[in-house]
Ligand binder design. Structure first.
Ligand SMILES: Cc1cc2nc3c(=O)[nH]c(=O)nc-3n(C[C@H](O)[C@H](O)[C@H](O)COP(=O)(O)OP(=O)(O)OC[C@H]3O[C@@H](n4cnc5c(N)ncnc54)[C@H](O)[C@@H]3O)c2cc1C
Length: 457
């Protein structure tokens, strides 16, 4: 009787899952295994919003496996030690896992390979599970990764993708392997009140509804802050509850300009993963140094705190920061505006912003978060590193009637656009009616400081 172990990591699904498929096809019995490894938490994963979403994903994965006659086995401890222990208990011949992109995942993979080989167990690493195209598969001449998005996108579009795999019909799990209790979402303290529900079932429902009903208007609507007309699939993609290959393939089958624009965004995800896989140090160090001497004094700390709490006096910035605190998610336009404001207008280190985002974002991941922050700070892959987004103009353009601001900044309720984006222009009693802070900084002053710093750098 042959037994395989499937180690689930950032791929919490049964549909289009190459490691699970290979394990089920190659063995009589399979142990679907998830390890709660304290080292993953220490590496930055353990934010309440992600722990709560993870609990949903694991519960749903267990249900999906039970529908197929199996169950999920959860263990706590060091990944390598636990996998080896399960291999011995189940007398497994092979272990399957999805290829990881971060330095942490790559190091863990290598440790696992060495330990399993020493135990005489076969080890298979499967590509195109966490991204649509494996990092490193596409390279320009003379480099190990693409540093610019557009040429990467052209190559990526021409790359053939596999057909998504069906979920296996039966998963037979050996009785001898015990599981610890699954973590419960209700046991997680400090999650955002408006956090979405996790899990593959919810992710698949959202993907289907998105592609059948909403994707057509994505091209025009994706920047409309109040319209909230993006897919909101990022947490499901981050946890692998939705397969990126399947998302791209189904969007291609759907066709049209909206689907094309959506696919392009999925390509950004692959793009940043291939940058990080080639330059793991970019999680903490500047990808392209501009020799910034970021502000670090007490005033900077006070500005940073006001930014975190959504009380900068710039309504569009504050609205987006409050959305983040309430939902554990922020609209992409909000992420751009708040990141530009922190790094360029306030001239505060992008790592401070990235750290705050990672403490709250349910989709928070090292590749997308750190490299988008670097992109906006001008230390990453942006071809216009010194662009500065003006929060008033951004507000007028992407929240033209002020609905988004009024939704998240109730102090400004009743105020219409354009004044809702620049309440400091009100005078006398009109201004006194709104209990809302004055701007932290005059935009022109922030701009001058930033330009001077970059010229000096
Ligand atoms: C400062 C900053 C930090 C960010 N941090 C993260 C993060 O930690 N995790 C994360 O998944 N995304 C991050 N993004 C990218 C983007 O904002 C989110 O992916 C997007 O807002 C998620 O919403 P959605 O699923 O509705 O996206 P949609 O607009 O529906 O796009 C579909 C999918 O494409 C991918 N995508 C879209 N835009 C980007 C992008 N710029 N970079 C990479 N992938 C993208 C996401 O997987 C997304 O789910 C960040 C962007 C910025 C500017």
């Amino acid at each position: 009787m042959s037994v395989s172990v499937v180690l689930f990591t950032s791929d919490l699904r049964v549909h289009d899952h190459p490691p699970l498929r290979a394990a089920v096809e190659g063995a009589h019995e399979v142990v679907p295994l998830f390890i709660r490894d304290p080292a993953v938490d220490r590496a930055g994963f353990a934010a309440p919003n992600r722990l709560a979403f993870l609990a949903d994903c694991l519960a749903d994965l267990d249900r999906e496996l039970q529908d197929r006659g199996g169950r999920l086995v959860v263990r706590g401890g060091d990944t390598v030690a636990e996998v080896c222990a399960v291999v011995r208990q189940a007398q497994a011949d092979e272990v399957h896992v999805a290829a990881g992109c971060s330095a942490f995942a790559q190091a863990r993979q290598e440790r696992l390979r060495r330990a399993l080989e020493a135990d005489g167990c076969r080890f298979y690493v499967h590509d195109a599970v966490i991204t649509a195209v494996p990092p490193g598969d596409l390279t320009p001449q003379g480099s190990d990764h693409y540093a610019m998005f557009t040429p990467f996108y052209r190559r990526w579009c021409a790359e053939p993708l596999r057909k998504p795999f069906m979920a296996p019909r039966d998963v037979k799990v050996p009785h001898t392997v015990r599981s610890e209790d699954l973590p419960a979402r209700s046991a997680v303290e400090g999650a955002s009140p408006g956090l979405a529900a996790g899990g593959e079932s919810e992710g698949r429902r959202r993907l289907s509804s998105w592609l059948s009903r909403h994707v057509d208007s994505y091209g025009e609507g994706h920047d409309d802050l109040a319209g909230d007309a993006t897919s909101r699939l990022s947490p499901y993609l981050h946890f692998g509850a939705v397969s990126p290959v399947e998302a791209v393939q189904r969007a291609r089958a759907r066709g049209g300009a909206g689907a094309e624009a959506f696919i392009r965004q999925l390509c950004w995800r692959d793009f940043f993963h291939q940058v990080l896989a080639a330059r793991p140090e970019a999680a903490a160090e500047e990808y392209r140094s501009r020799r910034d001497d970021w502000r670090r004094d007490e005033d900077a700390e006070a500005d940073l705190q006001a930014w975190r709490e959504g009380r900068t006096g710039y309504p569009i910035v504050d609205a987006a920061m409050r959305q983040l605190a309430h939902e554990g998610w922020m609209h992409n336009r909000g992420r751009l505006v708040t990141a530009s404001f922190l790094t360029k207008t306030l001239y505060i280190d992008w790592r401070e912003g990235a750290r705050h985002f990672l403490s709250l974002l349910v989709d928070g991941d090292v590749a997308n978060n750190q490299l988008n922050w670097q992109w906006m700070a001008g230390t990453g892959n942006d071809t216009r590193p010194n662009r500065v987004l003006n929060p008033v103009r951004q507000g007028l353009r992407y929240d033209p009637d002020g609905r988004f601001v009024r939704r998240w900044v109730p102090e400004l309720d009743g105020l219409q656009a354009p004044a809702v984006h620049e309440p400091w222009t009100l005078t006398g009693l009109d201004r006194a009616r709104y209990d809302y802070p004055d701007p932290l900084i005059v935009l022109a002053d922030g701009l001058a400081r930033f330009r001077q710093a970059r010229e000096a750098g």
